[in-house]
Design a binder for this molecule. Structure first.
Ligand SMILES: [Zn+2]
Length: 484
C-alpha cells in the first residue's frame, strides 16, 4: 500500500490549470522591479519559447539564507532571493529503501534531487531509481530532450555529483561516479561499495560519468575531471575521450568556456572534483569547539568557558582561476537560447552551501550563496527579455548551520553557558558578531536536517504556499508542455 507517498496529483493538476492562463501574463516590468542588483548584460537572443531555469542551492535552508543575508547585505539589506515575486515552502520527502512505505525524515541530495527531477520520492543515495525495486525513473531532462527541448546542467560540484546526476543518470548508489567505482571500490578508503549490478556487462547503464556521455544533454558545466579520466567499461578509451566522440566539446578553462562554439554540446570540467569556493574563514579557519575550564568540567555552573576567537571571511585565492557560477550560467544561457525556438530546461546548482556546511565553514557557505545570487541575477536578466521563462529557486534539503546567540540570554545570570557542538564567530561588514553553530553530530562531517525548504519563483500568478518536491517536477513539466 503506497498511501503515504502517492504523488499529490490533485494539487499538481490544479497548478496545471492555472499555469497556462496566468503564465503568459507575467510581465517583464515585474521582474525588472525585482532585480535591483542586476548589472549583467545578457548576450542571449530573445525567444518566445517556454524555458525553465531551476536554481538549487544545495542545503540552502532559511538559516543559510539568513546567515548569508546578514553578511552580504546586512540586516536591513535584501538579497535578490528576497525580491522574488512569490515565496513558498517545499516539504522534503524521503522513504526507507527496505520499507518504501516508511518515511525517513532527513534527506540526502540524491533522493531529494530525484524527487525534483522525476516527481517520485525515493530513498537516500539513489539517483533516479525507485526505493526497494530499483527501477529507473524518467527525468525531466530525458522528457525534454525527447520533445526537442534543449537541456543543460550547471554546478559548482562535479557534474557527476548527486544533484546533477539525478537529472540524467539512473543508478542505485550516488558514489558510483565513474567506471573505477563500480566494483571492489572503497569509500573513505574503508567502506566497500558495490555498483556491479549497474555495470553494462550486467545489463545496467554503467557509472554516472558514462551515463553522462550517453545522455542527450546540450551542456554540463562544473567540476569532476577525475571522473572522466578512467577507462570506459568494455572499451579502451577514457570517459572524456568517449564524451568527445559523442559530440561533446570538452572545456577545461575559463578561456575554453568563453570561446566555445554555440553550435556544439559542452562538457565543462573545470576542477578535479568540487570547484573552489569563493570565501573562506581567516587563514582557512572553520568552526571550533568552546573550551570549558577545569571547574566547568566538574560542574556546569562553575568556572568559565573560552569561545573561539572571532574571524572575518576572506577571498579564497584559488577561486579566481576557475569559472564562477555566474559565468557558467551566462554561457549556458547563451548556448541554450542560441537558434532555439523550442525552449530549454536549465538546472543551476550552487553546491558548496551544503559542502561547506558539512565542513563547518560558514564563510564558505556564504560565498556560495553569493554565487547563487549572481546566477539568479543572470537568470532574471534573461527572463526580462524572454518572459516565458519560469525561474524556480529552491534547496534540496536543510543543513546543519544554526544562527545562535553571540551572547546567551543566560549570561545575565553569571552562568558559564555555551553551545554544544562547534561555533564560528564571524565579524560582519556592519561591525557585529554573528555566531554560527554546528551540532548535528560528533563526526568529522556535519549532517543534513529535515526542515522544509524555501521555494522562490518569478511567477506572479497563483502559486501554492505549501508543496512537496515532486510538485516542483509537475510545475516545471507543465510549463514546458511535457505533462503526461
Ligand atoms: Zn550534503
Amino acid at each position: 500500500m503506497h498511501t503515504l507517498f502517492t504523488k499529490p496529483r490533485i494539487l499538481a493538476s490544479s497548478i496545471c490549470l492555472v499555469w497556462g492562463s496566468f503564465f503568459s501574463s507575467i510581465v517583464s516590468a515585474e521582474t525588472e522591479s525585482t532585480t535591483p542588483q542586476e548589472t549583467t548584460t545578457i548576450a542571449s537572443e530573445a525567444t518566445s519559447a517556454k524555458n525553465v531555469i531551476l536554481i538549487i542551492g544545495d542545503g540552502m535552508d532559511d538559516h543559510q539564507i539568513t546567515i548569508a543575508r546578514n553578511y552580504l547585505a546586512g540586516v536591513n539589506g535584501r538579497l535578490s532571493l528576497d525580491t522574488m515575486a512569490r515565496r513558498s515552502i517545499a516539504q522534503v520527502l524521503t522513504v526507507s529503501n527496505m520499507e518504501p512505505d516508511l518515511p525517513v525524515y532527513v534527506a540526502d541530495s540524491a533522493n531529494s534531487a530525484t524527487s525534483i527531477a522525476t516527481g517520485t520520492v525515493t530513498s537516500r543515495g539513489r539517483i533516479s531509481t525507485t526505493a526497494g525495486s530499483d527501477e529507473d525513473l524518467r527525468t525531466i531532462v530525458e522528457m525534454a530532450s525527447e520533445a526537442g527541448i534543449k537541456t543543460g546542467l550547471v554546478s559548482t560540484a562535479s557534474v557527476t555529483d548527486a544533484t546533477v546526476a539525478a537529472f540524467y543518470a539512473h543508478i542505485s548508489l550516488r558514489v558510483c561516479e565513474n567506471p573505477s567505482m563500480m566494483r571492489d571500490a572503497l569509500l573513505f578508503d574503508r567502506i566497500p561499495i558495490d555498483c556491479s549490478p549497474d555495470m553494462k556487462e550486467n545489463g545496467g547503464l554503467g557509472s554516472i560519468s558514462e551515463q553522462l556521455v550517453s545522455s542527450n544533454l546540450n551542456l554540463a558545466l562544473g567540476g569532476g575531471t577525475k571522473h572522466f579520466s578512467p577507462i570506459m567499461e568494455g572499451k579502451d578509451v577514457s570517459v572524456a575521450t568517449a564524451a568527445e566522440a559523442a559530440g561533446f566539446q570538452v572545456l577545461r578553462t575559463i578561456e575554453d568556456l568563453n570561446s566555445a562554439s554555440l553550435e556544439t554540446r559542452w562538457l565543462g570540467l573545470f576542477a578535479p572534483s568540487t570547484m573552489p569556493i569563493r570565501l573562506q574563514g581567516e587563514g582557512g579557519r572553520s568552526a571550533e569547539s568552546p573550551l570549558p575550564s577545569f571547574m566547568n568540567r566538574v560542574h556546569w555552573s562553575q568556572g568559565d568557558v573560552t569561545l573561539p576567537e572571532p574571524t572575518t571571511c576572506e577571498e579564497n585565492p584559488e577561486f579566481a582561476g576557475t569559472p564562477s557560477l555566474k559565468l557558467m550560467t551566462d554561457r549556458a544561457l547563451d548556448q541554450l537560447s542560441h537558434n532555439n525556438t523550442n525552449g530549454f530546461f536549465l538546472m543551476i546548482e550552487s553546491a558548496s552551501i551544503d559542502k561547506q556546511s558539512h565542513l563547518r565553514n560558514a564563510c564558505g557557505s556564504i560565498g556560495e550563496v553569493a554565487q547563487l545570487e549572481e546566477a539568479l541575477q543572470s537568470a532574471l536578466g534573461f527572463a526580462n527579455k524572454n518572459p516565458e521563462t519560469l525561474i524556480i529557486v529552491t534547496a534540496d534539503h536543510g543543513q546543519a548551520a544554526q544562527l545562535v546567540p553571540t551572547e546567551s540570554l543566560f549570561d545575565a545570570f553569571g552562568l558559564p553557558v555555551y553551545t554544544p557542538g562547534q561555533v564560528m564567530r564571524i565579524r560582519t561588514p556592519e561591525g557585529a558578531l554573528m555566531t554560527v553553530n554546528y551540532a548535528t553530530n560528533s563526526f568529522l562531517s556535519e549532517e543534513h536536517t529535515g526542515v522544509s525548504v524555501p521555494v522562490l519563483t518569478n511567477s506572479t500568478g497563483p502559486f501554492p504556499t505549501m508543496l512537496t518536491q515532486p510538485d516542483l517536477f509537475d510545475i516545471m513539466t507543465d510549463h514546458l508542455g511535457l505533462a503526461d
